[in-house]
Write a protein of this length. Sequence first.
Length: 378
Amino acid sequence: MKQTHIPNRRFFLILAALILFSLSAGPSSAQSSMPFDAGEPLPAGVEPYNDEAFYYTVQKGDTLWDISERFLKSPWKWPSLWQRNAREVPILNPHLIYPGQRLLIYPLRGVIATEPLPAEPMTQPRFETEAPSPAPPSGGFEETPLKGREETLTFSPINRVGFIRRQPVDPHGVIFKVQGDAKQMIHERDTVYIRPSGDIPLVLGREYTIYRTAGPIRDPKTNRVVGYQHILTGRVEITRLEPEFAMGVIRSSYRTIRVDEMLMPFNERSPTIPVAGSVKDIRGTIVASEEGGRLLGEGSVVFIDRGEENGIAPGQRYSIIYQEIAKPDPARSKRITLPPVILGDIVVLRAEPTTATVVLTRSKKDIYPGAQIRTPMQ
């Protein structure tokens, strides 16, 4: 007689569990793609993009570690996120993200970007291995010594760095509205309305740098006014001119762009900077960092209180130093200045009449605004 195999009780329990799992993963799978509950108020800084992604504006105190842990459920993902998106994410240094920076987060893909990513085609399931840790970030700075040729320095985000001037730049226009009443922030490809200002008319088809000012910036030690910081936030192309306003399309976004920000002509700067000789016997002060932070490190963009009037030019190198004053003999009042201690190095990216924008290329110890700079010691 032919025997019939009857599944045992354990088999039915496993089968029932699989059926329940498949049912629970069906209708609710779209909702579980987001790290917050549908219908609840969105967390601070979050703005919907589509069903699988959302914008997040960096808040004060945020780090990539925290953002990865909060939205991607693992703090360990941020190195691979930085490596995978280094070309798309305008983070000049992954350790130096700043409030107002805008990220586009895809929770299911484990991706942070600033441009909407194309829809993924329907393919077989992908199995990703852990990406290797990226090389230490240099803030976009590279040095290229070439035998028999002029030595050059490369700073890829050169068009994004701002500057300090004694008086604010006169704007050519002011953004007074973004197309779409519900929009709170201005993004790439948005259409904006611009109010002309000044005596120079806006030019159809020309690109302009969008900026805002901060200040006055003061010397951290003397409290002397150094000037006004110009923070570059993006670029806009003028697409239409009307009698009382102009229209433009945002072509690039460096930081969060806001209504009431101003326009100046965009002048492209080469990221390749020839090395130049430093000015002899010069001393100056680091007065501020571009992102407003106090602790400075390699890759930080900062401002010094010396400029073209002092012979400062792009490509020059200077040392960051620290000098102490001490009394050799406690019984006497005479004090002497001890030899300088080198804390790090800077390279000049951009020079204004009385200030310069520089990048820290090396730091041995913690550096803060107020640190002194001088001609490199031989």
